[in-house]
Design a binder for this molecule. Structure first.
Ligand code: 13P
Length: 245
């Protein structure tokens, strides 16, 4: 009942031309895929060009962040209506790199989630523990706090629009994937935190060195409903292989 979502987070990679080239290379490789959703999340400057290049394909567009105000004197920020106008349907919120380098907190995650919902964007809320937290046995507590605080005060209708991404920080960009069992343990725990009305419908994506050769084993797990893919999403052939796991 949960349609898999395979989402490429391009992070701070690719110029406009390179982004358009990637989506044009990707589109024919996955054109027959209908039983799962495909999303790419380029940098802000490339959004509109990628949206145009992906028109009439099955590739959806997402942004990597959103500010909670609609407009005004907030230098360098980008608002929900601007993302919608550029063609975005989804927005990644609270990525661990935002938390680590840019002062993102559970409180600002919650503000962004509410702004995304207000402006008709679908939030992908990222959570995940560091290696230190895992080794100190704080993993579940960290993830629980991030999920609960990041999605605080949402109605059941709002919850229907949420996707959670579990990305253990130690697995991001390191080539070290969580084993399917390690990931499933946390995914099942996260599902247990969801409100009863949406427990079976909210998708929980896995992120962290997802690759063509490990995607099938991860996706075979009951509570893993897709992936948020970094490095491997930058190569059309690799991302297409992941999409078609
Ligand atoms: P990698 O796939 O490069 O490990 O990145 C995962 C990620 O952070 C996706 O948001």
């Amino acid at each position: 009942m949960r349609k898999p979502l395979l989402a490429g987070n391009w992070k701070m990679n690719k110029t406009i031309d390179e982004s358009v080239a990637l989506v044009k290379e990707l589109a024919p490789l996955i054109k027959d895929v209908a039983d799962r959703e495909v999303l790419v999340c380029p940098t802000f400057p490339a959004l509109k060009s990628v949206a145009d290049a992906a028109a009439n394909t099955n590739i959806m567009l997402g942004a990597q962040n959103i500010f909670w105000e609609e407009k005004g004197a907030f230098t360098a920020e980008v608002s929900g209506p601007m993302l919608v106008a550029a063609g975005c349907k989804y927005v990644i919120i609270g990525h661990s790199e935002r938390r680590q380098y840019f002062g993102e907190t559970d409180e600002t995650v919650n503000k962004r989630v509410k702004a995304a919902l207000k402006f008709n964007l679908l939030p992908i809320v990222c959570v995940g523990e560091t290696l230190e937290q895992r080794e100190a046995n704080e993993m579940m507590k960290v993830v629980e706090t991030q999920v609960k605080e990041g999605t605080k005060d949402l109605s059941a209708d709002e919850w229907k629009k949420i996707t959670i991404a579990y990305e253990p920080v130690w697995a991001i960009g390191t080539g070290k994937t969580a084993s399917p069992e390690q990931a499933e343990e946390v995914h099942a725990f996260i599902r247990g935190l969801l409100p009863a009305e949406v427990k079976d419908s909210v998708r929980i994506l896995y992120g962290g060195s997802m690759k063509p050769d490990n995607v099938a084993d991860l996706m075979a797990k009951e509570n893993i409903d897709g992936g948020l893919i970094g490095g491997a999403a930058l190569k059309a052939a690799d991302f297409a292989a992941i999409v078609k796991y």
